[in-house]
Design a protein around this ligand. Structure first.
Ligand SMILES: NC(=O)C1=CN([C@@H]2O[C@H](COP(=O)(O)OP(=O)(O)OC[C@H]3O[C@@H](n4cnc5c(N)ncnc54)[C@H](OP(=O)(O)O)[C@@H]3O)[C@@H](O)[C@H]2O)[C@@H](O)CC1
Ligand SMILES: Nc1ncnc2c1ncn2[C@@H]1O[C@H](COP(=O)(O)OP(=O)(O)O)[C@@H](O)[C@H]1O
Ligand SMILES: [K+]
Length: 463
Protein backbone atom coordinates (compact mmCIF):
# COMPACT_ATOMS: atom_id res chain seq x y z
CA UNK A 1 0.00 0.00 0.00
CA UNK A 2 1.30 3.41 -1.00
CA UNK A 3 0.34 4.99 2.37
CA UNK A 4 2.50 2.53 4.28
CA UNK A 5 5.68 2.92 2.26
CA UNK A 6 8.68 4.61 3.84
CA UNK A 7 11.22 6.18 1.47
CA UNK A 8 14.84 7.23 1.61
CA UNK A 9 15.69 10.66 0.19
CA UNK A 10 17.05 8.99 -2.95
CA UNK A 11 13.86 6.92 -3.40
CA UNK A 12 11.73 10.03 -2.83
CA UNK A 13 13.66 11.95 -5.47
CA UNK A 14 13.27 9.05 -7.92
CA UNK A 15 9.53 8.87 -7.18
CA UNK A 16 9.17 12.61 -7.77
CA UNK A 17 11.18 12.34 -10.99
CA UNK A 18 8.89 9.53 -12.09
CA UNK A 19 5.87 11.82 -11.69
CA UNK A 20 7.68 14.58 -13.59
CA UNK A 21 8.56 12.13 -16.39
CA UNK A 22 4.86 11.34 -16.68
CA UNK A 23 3.96 14.96 -17.28
CA UNK A 24 3.92 16.64 -13.88
CA UNK A 25 6.46 19.31 -12.84
CA UNK A 26 8.27 20.38 -9.67
CA UNK A 27 6.02 23.47 -9.58
CA UNK A 28 2.88 21.37 -9.82
CA UNK A 29 4.06 18.94 -7.12
CA UNK A 30 5.02 21.85 -4.89
CA UNK A 31 1.55 23.36 -5.36
CA UNK A 32 -0.10 20.04 -4.49
CA UNK A 33 2.13 19.61 -1.42
CA UNK A 34 1.77 23.22 -0.29
CA UNK A 35 -2.01 23.36 -0.76
CA UNK A 36 -2.43 19.99 0.99
CA UNK A 37 -0.32 21.16 3.91
CA UNK A 38 -2.09 24.54 4.03
CA UNK A 39 -5.37 22.73 4.66
CA UNK A 40 -3.94 21.33 7.93
CA UNK A 41 -2.31 24.62 8.93
CA UNK A 42 -5.59 26.49 8.31
CA UNK A 43 -7.49 24.09 10.55
CA UNK A 44 -4.93 24.16 13.35
CA UNK A 45 -4.43 27.94 13.22
CA UNK A 46 -8.20 28.65 13.35
CA UNK A 47 -7.80 32.38 12.64
CA UNK A 48 -4.63 32.88 14.71
CA UNK A 49 -1.69 34.70 13.17
CA UNK A 50 0.68 32.44 11.19
CA UNK A 51 4.44 32.79 10.61
CA UNK A 52 6.01 30.72 7.85
CA UNK A 53 9.80 30.29 8.11
CA UNK A 54 11.13 29.69 4.58
CA UNK A 55 14.54 28.31 3.60
CA UNK A 56 16.33 28.43 0.23
CA UNK A 57 15.28 25.04 -1.20
CA UNK A 58 12.05 23.42 -2.23
CA UNK A 59 10.98 23.02 1.39
CA UNK A 60 11.05 26.83 1.50
CA UNK A 61 9.12 26.77 -1.79
CA UNK A 62 6.38 24.75 -0.10
CA UNK A 63 6.33 27.46 2.57
CA UNK A 64 5.55 30.22 0.06
CA UNK A 65 2.73 28.11 -1.41
CA UNK A 66 1.29 27.54 2.08
CA UNK A 67 1.61 31.24 2.94
CA UNK A 68 -0.17 32.32 -0.26
CA UNK A 69 -2.94 29.75 0.24
CA UNK A 70 -3.55 31.03 3.79
CA UNK A 71 -3.34 34.69 2.72
CA UNK A 72 -6.02 34.14 0.08
CA UNK A 73 -8.31 32.66 2.72
CA UNK A 74 -7.87 35.80 4.79
CA UNK A 75 -5.30 34.61 7.32
CA UNK A 76 -2.78 37.04 8.77
CA UNK A 77 0.46 35.49 7.53
CA UNK A 78 4.08 36.65 7.52
CA UNK A 79 6.97 34.90 5.80
CA UNK A 80 10.36 34.99 7.53
CA UNK A 81 13.07 34.17 4.96
CA UNK A 82 16.61 34.37 6.33
CA UNK A 83 17.90 33.13 2.93
CA UNK A 84 16.62 33.94 -0.55
CA UNK A 85 15.08 31.11 -2.58
CA UNK A 86 17.64 29.23 -4.70
CA UNK A 87 15.72 26.67 -6.73
CA UNK A 88 13.57 27.68 -9.73
CA UNK A 89 10.41 26.25 -8.15
CA UNK A 90 11.03 28.07 -4.86
CA UNK A 91 11.79 31.36 -6.67
CA UNK A 92 8.58 31.05 -8.63
CA UNK A 93 6.53 30.22 -5.50
CA UNK A 94 8.12 33.25 -3.79
CA UNK A 95 7.10 35.50 -6.70
CA UNK A 96 3.48 34.39 -6.34
CA UNK A 97 3.26 35.20 -2.61
CA UNK A 98 1.46 38.50 -2.16
CA UNK A 99 2.06 39.05 1.57
CA UNK A 100 4.93 40.45 3.64
CA UNK A 101 8.37 38.78 3.63
CA UNK A 102 11.00 39.75 6.22
CA UNK A 103 14.53 38.41 6.44
CA UNK A 104 14.82 38.77 10.21
CA UNK A 105 12.26 36.95 12.34
CA UNK A 106 13.24 38.98 15.43
CA UNK A 107 9.79 40.46 15.93
CA UNK A 108 7.59 37.76 14.49
CA UNK A 109 5.22 36.12 16.92
CA UNK A 110 1.80 34.57 16.73
CA UNK A 111 -0.33 31.48 17.01
CA UNK A 112 1.34 29.06 14.65
CA UNK A 113 4.88 28.74 13.32
CA UNK A 114 5.21 26.73 10.10
CA UNK A 115 8.77 25.44 9.69
CA UNK A 116 9.79 25.30 6.02
CA UNK A 117 13.47 26.07 6.58
CA UNK A 118 14.82 22.69 5.41
CA UNK A 119 13.22 19.39 4.54
CA UNK A 120 14.66 16.22 3.13
CA UNK A 121 17.48 18.12 1.38
CA UNK A 122 19.28 18.90 4.67
CA UNK A 123 22.84 17.64 4.37
CA UNK A 124 24.54 19.11 7.45
CA UNK A 125 23.66 20.77 10.77
CA UNK A 126 21.86 24.11 10.64
CA UNK A 127 24.14 27.16 10.70
CA UNK A 128 24.17 28.58 14.27
CA UNK A 129 22.21 31.72 13.25
CA UNK A 130 19.48 29.61 11.61
CA UNK A 131 19.25 27.26 14.58
CA UNK A 132 18.96 30.28 16.86
CA UNK A 133 16.26 31.88 14.69
CA UNK A 134 14.25 28.63 14.70
CA UNK A 135 14.61 28.25 18.45
CA UNK A 136 13.54 31.87 19.12
CA UNK A 137 10.60 31.74 16.74
CA UNK A 138 9.58 28.43 18.32
CA UNK A 139 9.41 30.10 21.73
CA UNK A 140 7.32 33.01 20.41
CA UNK A 141 4.57 30.86 18.87
CA UNK A 142 1.91 28.77 20.57
CA UNK A 143 1.99 25.82 18.17
CA UNK A 144 4.61 24.49 15.78
CA UNK A 145 4.04 22.66 12.52
CA UNK A 146 6.91 21.09 10.56
CA UNK A 147 6.55 20.76 6.80
CA UNK A 148 7.86 17.41 5.60
CA UNK A 149 10.41 17.26 8.44
CA UNK A 150 11.39 19.48 11.33
CA UNK A 151 14.47 21.43 10.21
CA UNK A 152 17.71 20.01 11.58
CA UNK A 153 16.70 16.37 11.20
CA UNK A 154 18.51 13.93 8.96
CA UNK A 155 15.84 12.26 6.84
CA UNK A 156 17.32 8.79 6.31
CA UNK A 157 18.79 8.19 9.78
CA UNK A 158 16.43 10.14 12.03
CA UNK A 159 19.34 11.90 13.75
CA UNK A 160 18.87 15.38 15.21
CA UNK A 161 21.82 17.40 13.93
CA UNK A 162 21.61 20.47 16.23
CA UNK A 163 21.03 20.75 19.95
CA UNK A 164 18.00 22.38 21.59
CA UNK A 165 15.79 22.51 18.52
CA UNK A 166 12.07 22.86 19.26
CA UNK A 167 9.57 20.01 19.56
CA UNK A 168 6.58 20.19 17.20
CA UNK A 169 2.84 19.67 17.62
CA UNK A 170 2.32 18.39 14.10
CA UNK A 171 4.55 17.18 11.25
CA UNK A 172 3.12 16.95 7.74
CA UNK A 173 4.98 14.38 5.64
CA UNK A 174 4.83 15.37 1.98
CA UNK A 175 4.13 12.64 -0.56
CA UNK A 176 5.45 9.72 1.48
CA UNK A 177 6.84 8.83 4.89
CA UNK A 178 10.59 9.29 5.27
CA UNK A 179 12.62 7.11 7.64
CA UNK A 180 12.99 9.96 10.15
CA UNK A 181 9.21 10.01 10.70
CA UNK A 182 9.46 6.61 12.37
CA UNK A 183 13.03 6.52 13.70
CA UNK A 184 14.36 7.68 17.03
CA UNK A 185 15.30 10.22 18.22
CA UNK A 186 13.60 12.26 15.46
CA UNK A 187 10.18 10.64 15.88
CA UNK A 188 9.60 12.05 19.33
CA UNK A 189 10.20 15.67 18.25
CA UNK A 190 7.48 15.58 15.59
CA UNK A 191 4.21 15.47 17.52
CA UNK A 192 1.24 14.17 15.52
CA UNK A 193 2.09 12.85 12.05
CA UNK A 194 -0.04 13.28 8.94
CA UNK A 195 0.64 12.33 5.35
CA UNK A 196 -0.13 14.83 2.55
CA UNK A 197 -0.57 12.90 -0.71
CA UNK A 198 0.94 14.27 -3.94
CA UNK A 199 0.39 11.22 -6.15
CA UNK A 200 3.58 9.28 -5.38
CA UNK A 201 3.13 5.71 -6.68
CA UNK A 202 4.22 2.30 -5.46
CA UNK A 203 7.99 2.07 -4.97
CA UNK A 204 9.26 -1.50 -5.29
CA UNK A 205 12.26 -1.14 -3.01
CA UNK A 206 10.55 0.94 -0.30
CA UNK A 207 10.47 -0.08 3.33
CA UNK A 208 7.01 -0.43 4.78
CA UNK A 209 5.32 0.50 8.02
CA UNK A 210 4.02 -2.43 10.00
CA UNK A 211 0.25 -2.11 10.17
CA UNK A 212 -2.54 -4.21 11.63
CA UNK A 213 -2.37 -7.73 10.15
CA UNK A 214 -5.40 -9.40 8.66
CA UNK A 215 -5.34 -12.69 10.53
CA UNK A 216 -8.87 -14.10 10.44
CA UNK A 217 -10.31 -17.00 12.44
CA UNK A 218 -9.23 -20.65 11.89
CA UNK A 219 -10.71 -22.33 8.79
CA UNK A 220 -14.03 -24.13 9.28
CA UNK A 221 -12.32 -27.54 8.94
CA UNK A 222 -9.32 -26.56 11.10
CA UNK A 223 -7.98 -28.83 13.81
CA UNK A 224 -5.13 -28.27 16.21
CA UNK A 225 -2.47 -29.71 13.92
CA UNK A 226 -3.55 -27.82 10.82
CA UNK A 227 -3.37 -24.62 12.88
CA UNK A 228 0.20 -25.59 13.73
CA UNK A 229 2.22 -27.22 16.47
CA UNK A 230 5.12 -25.30 17.95
CA UNK A 231 7.72 -26.44 20.43
CA UNK A 232 9.30 -24.09 22.98
CA UNK A 233 12.61 -25.36 24.33
CA UNK A 234 13.28 -24.51 27.98
CA UNK A 235 16.76 -24.12 29.45
CA UNK A 236 18.36 -23.12 32.73
CA UNK A 237 15.79 -20.45 33.71
CA UNK A 238 12.57 -22.25 32.92
CA UNK A 239 10.29 -19.26 33.66
CA UNK A 240 11.29 -17.46 30.48
CA UNK A 241 10.27 -20.36 28.23
CA UNK A 242 7.02 -20.65 30.18
CA UNK A 243 6.27 -16.98 29.45
CA UNK A 244 6.99 -17.57 25.77
CA UNK A 245 4.72 -20.62 25.79
CA UNK A 246 1.84 -18.67 27.36
CA UNK A 247 2.14 -16.06 24.60
CA UNK A 248 2.46 -18.72 21.89
CA UNK A 249 -0.74 -20.43 23.11
CA UNK A 250 -2.67 -17.20 22.44
CA UNK A 251 -1.13 -16.21 19.11
CA UNK A 252 -2.70 -18.65 16.68
CA UNK A 253 -0.89 -22.01 16.87
CA UNK A 254 -3.22 -24.91 17.58
CA UNK A 255 -0.83 -26.76 19.88
CA UNK A 256 2.08 -25.57 22.02
CA UNK A 257 4.57 -27.95 23.62
CA UNK A 258 7.06 -26.90 26.27
CA UNK A 259 10.08 -29.20 26.08
CA UNK A 260 11.68 -28.92 29.48
CA UNK A 261 13.77 -30.77 32.07
CA UNK A 262 12.00 -28.86 34.83
CA UNK A 263 8.62 -29.38 36.44
CA UNK A 264 6.21 -26.49 35.88
CA UNK A 265 3.54 -26.57 38.59
CA UNK A 266 2.15 -23.18 37.50
CA UNK A 267 1.91 -24.04 33.78
CA UNK A 268 -1.57 -23.67 32.26
CA UNK A 269 -3.39 -26.99 31.85
CA UNK A 270 -3.55 -26.52 28.08
CA UNK A 271 0.23 -26.42 27.75
CA UNK A 272 1.68 -29.83 26.89
CA UNK A 273 4.85 -30.54 28.83
CA UNK A 274 7.38 -32.87 27.27
CA UNK A 275 10.26 -34.04 29.41
CA UNK A 276 11.80 -36.73 27.21
CA UNK A 277 14.61 -36.71 24.68
CA UNK A 278 14.93 -33.40 22.82
CA UNK A 279 15.94 -34.90 19.47
CA UNK A 280 12.92 -37.17 19.57
CA UNK A 281 10.61 -34.29 20.44
CA UNK A 282 12.01 -32.26 17.54
CA UNK A 283 11.75 -35.15 15.10
CA UNK A 284 7.97 -35.35 15.53
CA UNK A 285 6.58 -34.66 12.06
CA UNK A 286 3.84 -32.41 13.40
CA UNK A 287 6.31 -29.89 14.90
CA UNK A 288 6.25 -27.00 12.46
CA UNK A 289 8.24 -24.35 14.32
CA UNK A 290 10.58 -24.26 17.32
CA UNK A 291 11.60 -21.49 19.71
CA UNK A 292 14.92 -21.63 21.50
CA UNK A 293 16.73 -18.98 23.52
CA UNK A 294 14.60 -17.51 26.33
CA UNK A 295 16.20 -18.63 29.61
CA UNK A 296 18.43 -21.09 27.74
CA UNK A 297 21.72 -20.27 29.48
CA UNK A 298 25.08 -20.40 27.77
CA UNK A 299 26.66 -23.59 29.11
CA UNK A 300 27.45 -26.81 27.23
CA UNK A 301 23.95 -28.14 27.73
CA UNK A 302 22.48 -24.98 26.19
CA UNK A 303 24.92 -25.26 23.29
CA UNK A 304 23.90 -28.87 22.71
CA UNK A 305 20.16 -28.01 22.77
CA UNK A 306 20.72 -25.30 20.19
CA UNK A 307 22.73 -27.71 18.02
CA UNK A 308 19.83 -30.19 18.18
CA UNK A 309 17.28 -27.56 17.15
CA UNK A 310 19.37 -26.44 14.19
CA UNK A 311 20.19 -30.01 13.14
CA UNK A 312 16.46 -30.85 13.17
CA UNK A 313 16.01 -28.55 10.12
CA UNK A 314 12.76 -27.22 11.57
CA UNK A 315 11.75 -23.59 11.13
CA UNK A 316 13.02 -21.83 14.21
CA UNK A 317 12.83 -18.61 16.18
CA UNK A 318 16.20 -17.84 17.77
CA UNK A 319 16.20 -15.45 20.71
CA UNK A 320 18.27 -14.33 23.70
CA UNK A 321 21.06 -16.79 24.70
CA UNK A 322 20.66 -18.76 21.46
CA UNK A 323 21.83 -15.65 19.62
CA UNK A 324 25.03 -15.55 21.66
CA UNK A 325 25.70 -19.25 21.17
CA UNK A 326 24.90 -19.33 17.47
CA UNK A 327 27.72 -20.49 15.20
CA UNK A 328 27.06 -19.28 11.63
CA UNK A 329 28.02 -22.68 10.21
CA UNK A 330 25.15 -24.33 12.13
CA UNK A 331 22.43 -22.61 10.11
CA UNK A 332 20.92 -25.03 7.61
CA UNK A 333 20.31 -24.18 3.99
CA UNK A 334 16.67 -23.88 2.91
CA UNK A 335 15.46 -23.56 6.51
CA UNK A 336 13.43 -20.68 7.75
CA UNK A 337 14.97 -18.80 10.69
CA UNK A 338 13.76 -15.78 12.56
CA UNK A 339 16.12 -14.04 15.00
CA UNK A 340 14.83 -11.54 17.58
CA UNK A 341 17.88 -9.67 18.96
CA UNK A 342 17.82 -6.58 21.18
CA UNK A 343 20.64 -4.09 20.62
CA UNK A 344 23.23 -6.04 22.63
CA UNK A 345 22.41 -9.31 20.89
CA UNK A 346 22.39 -7.53 17.53
CA UNK A 347 25.93 -6.26 18.21
CA UNK A 348 27.10 -9.77 19.09
CA UNK A 349 25.49 -11.25 15.98
CA UNK A 350 26.99 -8.56 13.73
CA UNK A 351 30.45 -9.37 15.11
CA UNK A 352 29.80 -13.06 14.60
CA UNK A 353 28.59 -12.65 11.01
CA UNK A 354 31.12 -9.88 10.17
CA UNK A 355 28.44 -7.26 9.50
CA UNK A 356 29.44 -3.58 9.63
CA UNK A 357 26.70 -0.93 9.67
CA UNK A 358 26.05 2.32 11.52
CA UNK A 359 22.45 2.04 12.70
CA UNK A 360 19.92 -0.58 13.74
CA UNK A 361 18.21 -0.80 10.35
CA UNK A 362 21.56 -1.14 8.55
CA UNK A 363 22.72 -3.79 10.98
CA UNK A 364 19.46 -5.73 10.71
CA UNK A 365 19.59 -5.66 6.90
CA UNK A 366 23.28 -6.62 6.82
CA UNK A 367 22.72 -9.46 9.25
CA UNK A 368 19.67 -10.78 7.41
CA UNK A 369 21.62 -10.81 4.16
CA UNK A 370 24.74 -12.41 5.69
CA UNK A 371 22.87 -15.08 7.65
CA UNK A 372 19.72 -15.80 5.63
CA UNK A 373 17.65 -15.22 8.78
CA UNK A 374 14.75 -12.81 9.08
CA UNK A 375 15.90 -10.35 11.76
CA UNK A 376 13.63 -8.53 14.19
CA UNK A 377 15.91 -5.87 15.69
CA UNK A 378 13.98 -5.00 18.86
CA UNK A 379 13.92 -1.73 20.73
CA UNK A 380 11.89 1.47 21.03
CA UNK A 381 11.88 1.61 17.21
CA UNK A 382 11.87 -2.02 16.12
CA UNK A 383 12.73 -2.96 12.53
CA UNK A 384 12.24 -6.23 10.66
CA UNK A 385 14.71 -7.15 7.89
CA UNK A 386 14.58 -10.01 5.38
CA UNK A 387 17.53 -11.61 3.55
CA UNK A 388 16.27 -10.16 0.22
CA UNK A 389 16.63 -6.61 1.58
CA UNK A 390 12.97 -6.04 2.47
CA UNK A 391 12.63 -3.79 5.50
CA UNK A 392 9.63 -3.06 7.71
CA UNK A 393 9.47 -0.42 10.45
CA UNK A 394 7.29 -0.67 13.55
CA UNK A 395 5.22 2.25 14.79
CA UNK A 396 6.09 3.27 18.36
CA UNK A 397 4.88 0.79 20.98
CA UNK A 398 4.12 1.66 24.62
CA UNK A 399 7.27 2.38 26.61
CA UNK A 400 5.85 0.15 29.37
CA UNK A 401 7.32 -2.67 27.30
CA UNK A 402 10.68 -1.80 28.84
CA UNK A 403 10.29 -4.46 31.52
CA UNK A 404 11.89 -7.89 31.93
CA UNK A 405 10.33 -10.76 30.04
CA UNK A 406 8.54 -8.83 27.29
CA UNK A 407 11.08 -10.10 24.75
CA UNK A 408 10.14 -13.68 25.73
CA UNK A 409 6.54 -12.81 24.91
CA UNK A 410 7.52 -11.45 21.48
CA UNK A 411 9.48 -14.63 20.73
CA UNK A 412 6.49 -16.76 21.81
CA UNK A 413 4.13 -14.83 19.54
CA UNK A 414 6.62 -15.14 16.66
CA UNK A 415 6.98 -18.93 16.92
CA UNK A 416 3.22 -19.30 17.13
CA UNK A 417 2.71 -17.23 13.97
CA UNK A 418 5.43 -19.24 12.21
CA UNK A 419 3.75 -22.50 13.26
CA UNK A 420 0.64 -21.43 11.37
CA UNK A 421 2.70 -21.86 8.22
CA UNK A 422 3.15 -18.26 7.06
CA UNK A 423 6.58 -17.04 5.83
CA UNK A 424 9.04 -15.88 8.50
CA UNK A 425 8.97 -12.22 7.43
CA UNK A 426 5.16 -12.06 7.67
CA UNK A 427 5.27 -13.94 10.98
CA UNK A 428 7.79 -11.41 12.28
CA UNK A 429 5.73 -8.37 11.24
CA UNK A 430 2.54 -9.85 12.66
CA UNK A 431 4.33 -10.69 15.91
CA UNK A 432 5.69 -7.16 16.28
CA UNK A 433 2.24 -5.68 15.71
CA UNK A 434 0.48 -8.13 18.09
CA UNK A 435 3.13 -7.49 20.76
CA UNK A 436 2.65 -3.70 20.54
CA UNK A 437 -1.13 -4.04 20.51
CA UNK A 438 -1.08 -6.39 23.53
CA UNK A 439 1.01 -3.76 25.34
CA UNK A 440 -1.51 -1.03 24.46
CA UNK A 441 -4.35 -3.20 25.72
CA UNK A 442 -2.45 -4.05 28.92
CA UNK A 443 -2.35 -0.36 29.92
CA UNK A 444 0.29 1.08 32.22
CA UNK A 445 2.75 -0.74 34.51
CA UNK A 446 2.02 -4.25 33.26
CA UNK A 447 4.34 -7.18 33.83
CA UNK A 448 5.27 -9.79 31.24
CA UNK A 449 2.66 -12.27 32.57
CA UNK A 450 -0.11 -9.67 32.03
CA UNK A 451 1.19 -9.08 28.52
CA UNK A 452 0.96 -12.78 27.68
CA UNK A 453 -2.72 -12.73 28.62
CA UNK A 454 -3.40 -9.70 26.43
CA UNK A 455 -2.09 -11.47 23.32
CA UNK A 456 -5.52 -13.08 22.81
CA UNK A 457 -7.15 -9.62 22.85
CA UNK A 458 -4.56 -8.35 20.38
CA UNK A 459 -5.46 -11.31 18.12
CA UNK A 460 -9.12 -10.36 18.45
CA UNK A 461 -8.24 -6.85 17.27
CA UNK A 462 -6.66 -8.31 14.12
CA UNK A 463 -9.58 -10.58 13.17
N1 LIG B 1 11.39 17.70 -5.52
C1 LIG B 1 10.06 17.82 -5.65
O1 LIG B 1 9.50 17.56 -6.69
C2 LIG B 1 9.28 18.24 -4.47
C3 LIG B 1 9.90 18.58 -3.25
N2 LIG B 1 9.20 19.03 -2.21
C4 LIG B 1 9.84 19.65 -1.04
O2 LIG B 1 11.20 19.79 -1.27
C5 LIG B 1 11.94 19.41 -0.14
C6 LIG B 1 13.30 19.01 -0.57
O3 LIG B 1 13.79 20.11 -1.26
P1 LIG B 1 15.34 20.35 -1.50
O4 LIG B 1 15.94 19.13 -2.03
O5 LIG B 1 15.46 21.59 -2.29
O6 LIG B 1 15.86 20.51 -0.05
P2 LIG B 1 15.54 21.53 1.16
O7 LIG B 1 15.45 20.70 2.36
O8 LIG B 1 14.45 22.49 0.89
O9 LIG B 1 16.80 22.52 1.14
C7 LIG B 1 18.02 22.05 1.20
C8 LIG B 1 18.89 22.93 0.34
O10 LIG B 1 19.63 23.76 1.19
C9 LIG B 1 21.00 23.42 1.19
N3 LIG B 1 21.36 22.99 2.55
C10 LIG B 1 21.30 21.74 3.08
N4 LIG B 1 21.62 21.75 4.37
C11 LIG B 1 21.87 23.05 4.67
C12 LIG B 1 22.26 23.70 5.88
N5 LIG B 1 22.40 23.05 7.02
N6 LIG B 1 22.42 25.03 5.85
C13 LIG B 1 22.27 25.74 4.70
N7 LIG B 1 21.90 25.15 3.52
C14 LIG B 1 21.71 23.83 3.53
C15 LIG B 1 21.19 22.33 0.18
O11 LIG B 1 22.02 22.79 -0.82
P3 LIG B 1 23.60 22.74 -0.68
O12 LIG B 1 23.97 23.95 0.13
O13 LIG B 1 23.94 21.45 0.02
O14 LIG B 1 24.05 22.79 -2.09
C16 LIG B 1 19.78 22.03 -0.39
O15 LIG B 1 19.69 22.35 -1.75
C17 LIG B 1 11.12 18.34 0.49
O16 LIG B 1 11.42 18.19 1.86
C18 LIG B 1 9.73 18.88 0.26
O17 LIG B 1 9.41 19.83 1.28
C19 LIG B 1 7.76 19.21 -2.33
O18 LIG B 1 7.57 20.54 -2.70
C20 LIG B 1 7.13 18.29 -3.34
C21 LIG B 1 7.82 18.36 -4.64
N1 LIG C 1 11.08 2.12 25.35
C1 LIG C 1 10.47 1.14 24.67
N2 LIG C 1 9.43 1.44 23.85
C2 LIG C 1 8.79 0.47 23.18
N3 LIG C 1 9.14 -0.84 23.23
C3 LIG C 1 10.17 -1.19 24.00
C4 LIG C 1 10.89 -0.24 24.76
N4 LIG C 1 11.87 -0.89 25.42
C5 LIG C 1 11.75 -2.19 25.11
N5 LIG C 1 10.73 -2.38 24.24
C6 LIG C 1 10.30 -3.68 23.68
O1 LIG C 1 10.25 -4.64 24.73
C7 LIG C 1 10.85 -5.87 24.34
C8 LIG C 1 12.07 -6.12 25.25
O2 LIG C 1 12.72 -7.28 24.85
P1 LIG C 1 14.05 -7.79 25.57
O3 LIG C 1 15.04 -6.68 25.65
O4 LIG C 1 14.47 -9.03 24.88
O5 LIG C 1 13.55 -8.11 27.04
P2 LIG C 1 13.65 -9.45 27.89
O6 LIG C 1 14.96 -10.10 27.53
O7 LIG C 1 13.63 -8.99 29.31
O8 LIG C 1 12.47 -10.28 27.56
C9 LIG C 1 11.22 -5.71 22.88
O9 LIG C 1 10.18 -6.21 22.07
C10 LIG C 1 11.33 -4.20 22.69
O10 LIG C 1 11.01 -3.81 21.37
K1 LIG D 1 10.83 21.77 7.51
Amino acid sequence: MVESQVLTVAQMRAAEQDLIDRGSSVDRLMKLAGDGAAEWVWRLASRRRVTVLCGPGNNGGDGYVIAENLRRRGAEVTVVAPMAPKTDAAKSARSRFGGPVVSDGGKAKGGVLVDCLFGSGLTRPLEPEHALALRDLGKRHEQLIAIDLPSGIESDGGKILNENLPAYDLTLALGAWKYAHWRLPARFRMGELRLVPIGIGHCESAARLIGKPNIGPPASDAHKYTRGLCAVIAGKMAGAALLSSKAAMRAGAGYVKLVSDHSHPSAPAGLVLETGDLDEALAHRRVRAVLIGPGLGRDDEARSKLASVLASKKSAVLDADALHLLDPSQLQRDCSYLATPHDGELEALCRNFAVLAADRAGKALGLAKASGMVVVAKGPDTVVAAPDGTLALAKPAPTWLSTAGTGDILAGIAVSRMATGIPAFEAACEAVWLHGEAARLAGPAFIADDLAHKVADAMAAAL
